[in-house]
Design a protein around this ligand. Sequence first.
Ligand SMILES: Cc1ncc(COP(=O)(O)O)c(C=O)c1O
Length: 381
Amino acid sequence: MRDIPFGRPLIDDEERAAVLKVLNGPTLVHGPVAKEFEQAFAAFTEAPYALAVSSCTAGMHLAYMAIGLGAEDEVIVPAQTHAATAHAVEFSGAKAVFVDVEASSGNIDPVQVEAAITSRTKAIAVVHYLGVPVDMAEISRIAGKHGLFVLEDCALGIGSRYQGTHVGLLGDVGCYSFYPVKHITTAEGGMVITQDGQLAEKISRLRAFGVDRHHGQRTQPGMYDVTMLGYNYRMNEIEAAIGIEQVKKLPAILRARELNFKSLTSALAQIDGINQFAPPPNDRVTSFYCLSMLLEQSLRQKRWEIVDFLHRNGIGTSVYYPRPVSMMTYYREKYGYSEKDYPIAYDISEATISLPVGPHLSVDDMMYVAEKVSEAVEAVR
Ligand SMILES: Cc1ncc(COP(=O)(O)O)c(C=O)c1O
């Protein structure tokens, strides 16, 4: 039997040596390695500013703090995402206002966005779902018309491009995750990118308690003032050292994902009862995060039997995402939502089994996955 985990970080001798080098040196935080990682990530995405942070969630929280989001405000968030996209809004006391997504991609539906805008709306959060870029021209048009801030949750979108521009640079700010199952990892960690120098400076100080000057800028060691209510959301040197090595591997990682994804897409297309999202339009490049297969109605009640069959055959799966965020107990109880509120997001959650396409796997593994999916479907029919 094969061993096909949903995700497996590619940690090699380079990462191990880089971590040891940091551990053998004098500086674990506030050092040159985090800066070097920021520069490497900025070079990859072509971002003018990149700020390493402790997670994607922290990065999103910082962005909202930087614009002064508060209790009277609302932010529009897709219902089909990770809870973090909404939590980052609610940390500030503001309200996450969910909207439904497009059935063809799972991405936020711009028509629903426009309909949800009120006098309290301050921002739109978009998520490049499974790495497929959102229709950013339309989102920018809406944001421009209503004077709204745009946050791109790029947790699944390293390598994704819209009309040639890397995601995260199409709105005001883009936030990335380096959690282990993502394209690259630093164990825990994240990055914020932006084109706006003033926003970058504010986020940079907010990630370190709201200090008036950074370590390198202090004339007397240990002397500084605090001018804002900030957090400790920095990335340390050990994580950053891993990140630098991971960024070097990104082109190869993305090539492997694309090849695996395309092979699995073709193989699954032969199986009755399994649907897939539409391929992205020509002006968008996806990051091929995972392949979410969508079970047709007749198979949905057998979803966990299919998952169980795959697990027994060594194939790891996940669900992106297990339910719309509005249906997570915290939000459902707080705002009184039901499954009828965001029917497309709900339908996607109910239909999904997410399959791995990561660089730890080969095209031959993809053929094995498709073969086992076919056998699983036959077995439960
Ligand atoms: C869309 C999305 N946003 C944010 C996050 C949270 O990222 P982090 O764990 O780095 O805070 C995730 C995690 O899976 C995610 O899928």
